[in-house]
Ligand binder design. Structure first.
Ligand code: ASP
Length: 289
């Protein structure tokens, strides 16, 4: 039975946030969560809310995704994005795309295709064939060498869940390098029966420990807090920085990070939109941080 409750949490990267970038990070995260919350409060789907929130973050060049993406060693941008439907376990993802204006929306269209992941020129051509506008492939942001990937996780009033991510990867990355963000079980996962998660951080480390998969498997029979702790224990084995936003299947929130800061915002049928960047703010929201 639908319980008419919904939850949405988004992130703008696990990173160190300079004081002069705090306001932009906070405002950008709040704007994204408000757009997604409007969809969910009107009975819209988790997929629509995740896509809309991430589109907003892709448009904001304070974040390393979409328009704000950083450059690789050639001075070009390469974009990765993914979205997962927790009801059907469908995945749509693009990686190392160079011309896509809104990679999360191209990923969303791929949910309807047999292919789950298109890379490079194939992703660009698929987007063009579906009428997507091109983005120039010069970087438009001057972000520091830090993590700014964006992501969102939602549960709608029908109990359906979705997770998404979008990134320009790492500043100065090798051309063709792809991190965890478009890979299921690494940078994201969603399953209505269990929960959903989206991650930012050191892509190679996150992929090597399949961080999202680790969280999901613990979450099958443990509370979200324990699942987050165990996922971080696994990451500690090899080291690396990460921030995770998650929901359990009932829509309870979880956030954990080992980066200096983690830009997040959340809202639910019970909670007005609120943003946080600092550990002590998160601690107030989640006593397990
Ligand atoms: N995880 C992303 C990547 O490795 C980077 C980030 O989170 O900013 O591509």
């Amino acid at each position: 039975m639908p319980d008419a409750s919904w939850s949405l949490i988004i992130h703008g990267g696990a990173k160190t946030i300079d004081p002069d970038r705090a306001t932009a990070n906070r405002a950008g995260c709040l704007a994204a969560v408000e757009i997604g919350a409007a969809i969910l409060s009107e009975g819209g789907s988790a997929l629509d809310a995740v896509e809309a929130a991430i589109r907003q973050l892709e448009e904001d060049n304070s974040f390393n995704a979409g328009y704000g993406a950083v450059a690789n060693t050639d001075g070009n941008v390469e974009l990765d994005a993914a979205i997962m439907d927790g009801t059907t376990l469908d995945l749509g993802a693009v990686a190392a795309a160079t011309k896509i204006e809104h990679p999360i929306s191209v990923a969303r269209l791929l949910l309807e295709e047999r292919a789950t992941l298109l890379v490079g020129d194939g992703a660009d051509r698929f987007a063009a064939s579906r009428g997507f506008r091109e983005r120039g492939n010069a970087p438009s942001s001057q972000l520091d060498d830090d993590h700014d990937t964006v992501g969102a996780v939602a549960r709608d009033q029908h109990g359906h869940m979705a997770a998404g991510s979008s990134t320009g990867g790492l500043q100065g990355q090798l051309p063709g390098r792809v991190g965890d963000s478009p890979l299921p079980g690494c940078g994201l996962y969603a399953d209505d029966a269990v929960g959903a998660v989206s991650i930012s951080g050191d892509g190679e480390s996150i992929a090597r420990v399949t961080l999202a998969a680790r969280l999901m498997s613990t979450l099958e029979d443990q509370p979200l807090k324990v699942a987050l702790q165990r996922a971080f224990l696994r990451l500690e084995r090899i080291g690396g920085e990460a921030g995770m936003i998650a929901l359990d299947r009932r829509g309870n929130f979880g956030v954990m990070h080992n980066s200096d800061h983690f830009a997040i915002a959340l809202a639910s049928s019970q909670l007005q939109p609120v943003a946080a960047l600092h550990r002590d703010e998160l601690k107030e929201m989640f006593d397990h941080d």
